[in-house]
Design a protein around this ligand. Structure first.
Ligand code: XIL
Length: 311
């Protein structure tokens, strides 16, 4: 109840953390079960919020049966992808504002294509195909490439930008770039700013798609948390507020207004954040604390969103 009230009051766009991923929708061969996506749509419609689609093609959400199908019959993987995207994006045409069409196609660090089942079976062409299918199914939807660490790993960002330039040159209908923006207090603001400049230079819509800010660190792997701080001090609260303020300011000052798709948080309260379970890390990444009270981070972010900009 309290959770819903906070959600409704502060947010006008929603991304499902898991409910719209492939392993929910295509649990078994030959059946698409849209119940969890329908529920998201109903939820957002009741509240007048925008629904964002996350995510069509992602190695981590690809069901095992699809991987086995790919091994048996590569052509069947392409046929499945087309059917999946047509059915899914088509069903929500005009209802889902945009999609993360392909998620995390670059290697974790340093760039280059990640060798997923999609890549190994269809080559990098799977990416162009996924965007084309999505565009055919909903020509008005904003279609994103989404990835993590793009703000701090320049090699990875350049590699993604090269791919995007390539896709655009081929006439592939890509219209957005998502910076997941799972950041840490020690990622320098200037590094983030530089990455946003490069991203904005593509002319694409820019989405900060999964924002959170942690204090501790991890190896980008499940269970890979490294606990550096055991408790959150007032100093840390203030520093985090400042980091959130700057992030909002950078987005507003670097990304031209007509390219601002929005800023989405990956969870809004420290109690519900994925960071704890996924990395096995005790951390405080969000705008609200475990009691759903706004943290200094909330006020910092709000200041960054509302501060008057010089023109
Ligand atoms: C995470 C969810 O938050 C978890 O609940 C799930 O166990 C794993 O996926 N990048 C993404 C998101 O694009 O889909 C991930 O979400 C976090 C990293």
């Amino acid at each position: 109840e309290a959770m819903l009230a906070v959600h409704q009051r502060h947010f006008n766009s929603v991304t499902a953390e898991d409910a719209m991923k492939m392993h929910y929708i295509a649990k078994e061969p030959g059946v698409f079960d849209f119940a969890s996506a329908d529920a998201m749509l109903a939820f957002t419609r009741e509240r007048g919020q925008r629904l964002f689609g996350h995510t069509l093609i992602w190695h981590s959400a690809t069901p095992e049966w699809v991987e086995r199908l790919a091994e048996r019959d590569p052509a069947a993987l392409d046929a499945f992808m087309r059917d999946y995207i047509y059915s899914y994006v088509g069903r929500y045409q005009g209802k889902v504002a945009g999609w993360d069409v392909v998620n995390e196609a670059m290697n974790t660090a340093g760039g280059g294509y990640r060798e997923t089942v999609w890549y190994k079976t269809l080559g990098r062409e799977y990416i162009a195909k996924a965007f084309s299918y999505a565009h055919e199914a909903d020509p008005a939807a904003v279609l994103f490439y989404n990835d993590f660490n793009l703000e701090r790993d320049a090699e990875k960002l350049d590699s993604a930008l090269e791919m995007i330039a390539d896709l655009k040159e081929q006439g592939v209908p890509i219209s957005g770039l998502g910076f997941q923006m799972h950041i840490r207090m020690d990622v320098p603001d200037e590094v983030i700013a530089q990455a946003l400049r490069k991203g904005a230079a593509t002319g694409l819509q820019i989405h900060l798609s999964e924002v959170d800010i942690i204090f501790n660190t991890h190896g980008d792997t499940r269970g890979g948390g490294v606990q550096l701080y055991d408790e959150l001090t007032d100093d840390m609260r203030r520093q985090q507020a400042e980091k959130y303020r700057k992030l909002a300011m950078m987005y507003r000052t670097i990304v031209p207004e007509q390219q601002q798709f929005g800023i989405t948080f990956w969870g809004f309260d420290d109690g519900g954040s994925w960071i704890r379970g996924f990395f096995e890390l005790n951390d405080w990444p969000c705008l609200f604390d475990g009691n759903l009270e706004p943290k200094p981070a909330y006020f910092g972010f709000r200041d960054g969103l509302t501060a008057k900009l010089e023109d």
